[in-house]
Design a protein around this ligand. Structure first.
Ligand SMILES: [Zn+2]
Length: 491
């Protein structure tokens, strides 16, 4: 499957924001029951970028437990996240500058109170849970490996929790890290789950189920934790964001990604836990390895090598195993909730308050993705001037901070707001930081950049300060390149 999706992982903290051949299973007899490759959608964005959303459900038996990998989104990880890594190594272990990836979550299904590990971005998760017969109200506990956006955004739909009966578990350090966010959406998400449960990452601590232990994996984030799920001597290791590229970081665990808060610590813990995985014969899985990603590893020099992946294995003793393959209708766009008209979207302003775009009806609108550390950042001045001279002419600017290009908008929403006020006296509305490209592209930007939604043109965002002009009736007029100064001439 050819794709070149740049899997940009939205980080709530930095957004506030801010991710096969089978041999024996040695002592483990993880029985593959069913893999349902549900859906492949190809969305052509522009000549060099294709996004696909492949949803999947895979179910395994771990001892007595029904263990599912539920995919939230599929994509590829761009090598740009391995800034600083040796070019030859990157070339050897990745293809066309990318490696296959996923945003996966995991479920331990029980009769009552099933357990969910991580929640993805809230793309295909809810649909795939439903397709797997897992109801959102039967999730009794949610274990978070950490609080980056692609692990926690599926918790909350903007108004209420997606899992009304769940306790949310995370480490104390991670809660602190999450709460440091002044993002209103984060605060709402936290609040919506009541008192959070604290995980002590200590292997004597058994949380939620006697079968689950939390293992410290600090480095990727300050409170990053992994989970070892065990039943009847079978063990599966759910490693969170211990790595972001299976093809690259198994052979080269010393390479950290730009998403690792503490790259050195992340590399050390990666080596340590992969060594243990081999030694203790755990099945390895994690959020961003290719779906369904249930891997047997062995050591290989200073790194590790995949010896098998439970992808197509049939249980040896069950020739008539009830494997089912189902295909969703092609019209299912579950990773792809794009509204029909510009006015149908509701976004959040920089304080986290809802900002329905329908309130801009009758105005000409300039939409711009902004960044505070870009060579084009002085365009704030031009934007503010344009706004001041035109705001009485039924004109408005709305700006979306985005960290997609060279990480030039790394701050929190509060920091961005402060920066705009202090340096440019910005008075046009600024929204909550989002992604304007890649796998986590916000639906409003799908609409802005894809002809199939806006009805006029494909116009992917090239860099910070690309502008889009929308007319008084919500019709897409044009896209204006980043370098073009926002003066009256562009209107
Ligand atoms: Zn992460």
């Amino acid at each position: 499957m050819k794709t070149n999706l740049n899997l940009t992982l939205t980080r709530l903290r930095n957004e506030n924001n801010i991710l096969t051949n089978l041999s024996s299973f040695i002592n483990l007899r993880i029985v593959f029951i069913v893999t349902i490759n549900l859906l492949t959608i190809f969305i052509t964005m522009h000549a060099s970028t294709t996004i696909y959303a492949e949803s999947g459900i895979a179910k395994y038996k771990v001892g007595d437990l029904d263990f599912y990998c539920i995919q939230d989104a599929a994509g590829e990880m761009n090598n740009s996240i391995f800034a600083g890594a040796d070019r030859e190594i990157l070339k050897k272990y990745t293809q066309n500058g990318k490696s296959k990836s996923s945003v996966s979550t995991f479920v331990i299904k029980r009769n009552k109170k099933s357990i969910l590990i991580d929640t993805g971005n809230g793309n295909a998760l809810l649909d795939n849970l439903a397709a797997a017969g897992i109801k959102t109200d039967e999730i009794g506990d949610i274990l978070l490996t950490h609080t980056h956006g692609d692990h926690v955004s599926g918790l909350f739909n903007g108004t209420k929790p997606n899992f009304p009966n769940a306790n949310v578990w995370l480490t104390a350090d991670e809660l602190k890290f999450w709460q440091a966010s002044n993002n209103a959406l984060v605060q709402k998400t936290i609040k919506s789950y009541g008192e959070l449960k604290i995980i002590t990452p200590d292997e004597k601590t058994q949380i939620v189920l006697p079968e689950i232990t939390a293992i410290d994996a600090t480095g990727h984030t300050p409170g990053h934790v992994a989970f070892l799920v065990e039943s009847k001597g079978q063990k599966i290791f759910v490693a969170g964001d211990l790595l972001h590229s299976a093809s690259l970081q198994f052979p080269h665990p010393e390479i950290s990604s730009v998403y690792d808060n503490n790259p050195k610590q992340a590399a050390d813990i990666r080596k340590k836990l992969l060594t243990r995985t081999v030694k203790e014969k755990w099945i390895f899985t994690s959020a961003h390895i290719p779906f369904p990603g249930f891997i047997n590893l062995e050591t290989d020099g200073d790194g590790f090598k995949i010896i098998s992946v439970t992808k197509n294995n049939q249980p040896n003793n069950q020739p008539n195993n009830p494997t089912k393959n189902t295909t969703k209708n092609n019209d299912n766009t579950n990773a792809d909730n794009v509204e029909k008209s510009f006015y149908d979207f509701t976004v959040n302003d920089i304080d986290g308050n809802e900002f329905p775009l329908r309130k801009l009806k009758g105005k000409k609108i300039l939409v711009v993705n902004i960044a505070s550390k870009c060579g084009l950042t002085p365009q704030y001045k031009d934007l503010q001037e344009l706004y001041e001279t035109q705001k009485n002419e039924n004109f408005i600017i709305i700006a979306f901070p985005a960290n997609d290009f060279a990480k030039q908008e790394p701050g929190t929403n509060a920091e961005i707001k402060d920066f705009c006020n202090k340096n440019y006296n910005v008075t046009f509305p600024i929204m909550t930081k989002i992604s304007v490209t890649g796998n986590n592209i916000h639906p409003i930007y799908k609409w802005l950049t894809e002809k199939k939604y806006n009805g006029v043109a494909d116009a992917p965002v090239q860099w910070n300060f690309q502008k889009f002009l929308i007319d008084e009736n919500g019709k897409w007029i044009k896209s204006i390149p980043p370098k073009t100064k926002p003066t009256k001439n562009i209107l």
